[in-house]
Write a protein that binds this ligand. Sequence first.
Ligand code: CA
Length: 218
Amino acid sequence: MMIDILIVEDEMPIRELLRMSLTGAGYRCICCDNGLKAADLLEGNTYDLILLDIMLPGMDGFELMEFIRLLDIPTIFITAKRDVSDKVKGLRMGAEDYIVKPFDIQELLARVEGVLRRHGKLDAQLSVGGLEINTESMQVSRAGEVIPLTHKEYEILLLFARNPGIVLYKTVIYERIWGGEYPEHTRTVELHVQRMKKKVGWEEKIKPVYAVGYRLEV
Ligand code: CA
């Protein structure tokens, strides 16, 4: 099931960064650069999560929050570093969390995942490609048999399991699992993916996509 995230941010580079990072992590993103347009979108559509900037043309994030609260959609405020009082106000108004610009992508993804989990939008138990994955006990099994994996292999598996049919770039896998920039000439991602797919029996299911990444076909 796709998770839909509405991004409301008028600064194009930040909006694009959010969109690219979240799309890379398997979420479906809808972007908007104006508070009034966001209100229109919210009237006709449902979203699982909203990333909401505060200073916006049309209608600001606080005004929009009044409206969002009625819809009961979990919201993360995006605030500028200087506006500490905004964070407090945002949380008091019912925002679930906030991130401060400039933000770290890993942190953003972790916050998004945390909020989605708290709202029961990410299942603890996943059934993908013949595997049962329990994200609370971090246990993977096939037909009742537990498959021992290293922590990294487990994390990579989970990334694929949450993004079936989507191309996961090696750079994205590296950034999500190891953090930091993708080093040149590294075979780390290839080696871990090879080992993981062999252990869980996904040799035929994880297909290479050109030289850039992989796709789980289930
Ligand atoms: Ca803004």
